[in-house]
Write a protein that binds this ligand. Sequence first.
Ligand code: ATP
Ligand code: MG
Length: 451
Amino acid sequence: MTLRSRFTLFTVFWLIFILILYNIFVYFFVIRVTTRGELQLLSNKANLVIESLRKQGLRGFEDPKLLSEMYNYNEMMRIVTGDVRVVNEVGTDPELLSIPPQMQVYNQTETRQINGQRVLYLSVPFFDQGHLIGTVEAARRLTVLDSYLQILLGALSVTSIGAIVFAIFGTYWFTSRLTGPIGQMVQTMREIDRSGKLYRVKLNGREESVELQQMVRAFNQMIDRLDRTIEHQKHFVADASHELKTPLTVISSYADMLKRWGRDNAEVRDEAIEAISKETERLQNLIRSMLTLAEAEQDNWLNVSRFDVTSVVRELSEVLGKTFEREIRVHSDHHSVNMKGDKDKIRQLLLILIDNAIKYSKEPIDVRIRNQKSGIKLEVTDYGIGVPDSEIPYMFDRFYRVDEARHRKTGGSGLGLSIAKKIIDIHEGNVEVYSKPGNGTTISIMLPRKI
Ligand code: ATP
Ligand code: MG
């Protein structure tokens, strides 16, 4: 069932329920109020008759004037005395006259049904020094009242049906407006599914509800994000193939050279073998970095544990220092600094930063660990070539190298810092770069104590 039909049905049933309750209340309230009025009228008449009787000294019950002055069309009045004998009576309605007379010591009022019509019946006793003398009885047909009630019933029905019809059309129209953008979104999704292209949902700028505006906005944000991701991937594939092409071209041209002159010329052979081996190594590094980056894109990438950052830094610095024969100084204000995170990834992050420091400087390198209130700060400082201010924002981009010509010598793929950035992001940390060309570079990373 559509949202629109459900909403309309719900509103209509709810309205019908409320109207039924309301009509029942109004109907019975009107009956009660009007019947009470009629009863009051009848009881006044009976009391007047009794008063007149008292004035006459409780004699002359048969006096026709007693009742005829009070008599009204549609009514019956009589005086009953002694052994339940009707001594005086007025009225023309045989049905009212056929009501059996009664003698009782208490007032009685009731509404009776005679031939399907309501009749109000009243009996008031009168006494002489505590002895029951007789009763005055009165009855009245409620025909006029009933016809008014019929009119009321008709009016209530007509207004209720009108309200329901209005409610059906109103709700239908309103929900159509409400669900319009949803339909539009579904259509856009189908269009995306069919064509494989990403489309945004356009808001008509009408007075759409806040929730719907939020939904459309969230949908469009998702589309934008997907769009950016796809665009990013396209760029990555283009960049990666470009990066792979260069070493492959070098390898293939040296292989050609080997084929032609390699057999006779030892010098050419050695040069070609050397170049091919170097380019193959570069290719291997490049592919390794690309795989790491691809792996980093996956969500469940973290393997969280508690570990001591200083020991990781010390161990890594020692290994790299020995391998590259460079001095790497570790400074820490605490003997051990514990954090919760992925130990291997943090090690990889430090390796990328120290590797850059080694590649782009000749002086000793400083690594600092600071245990701060807001988290753990790791700083890698070198005193090498530095990076111009204008290049700093792009350093973390994929395949980005500040100096293309220089990179052939150092052999970097330009992926190191983009992997580092991923590791920092996934640990919810942040990074800052301070650098001056010719003076050196400091890369400062702030990591939360736990994630
Ligand atoms: P890879 O690390 O993938 O082998 P790479 O070192 O060239 O290659 P990144 O680590 O991403 O790539 O660094 C990007 C660029 O930023 C480098 O090419 C270099 O130009 C510049 N850069 C990074 N660190 C430093 C540094 N400490 N000093 C000077 N320049 C740096
Ligand atoms: Mg690097």
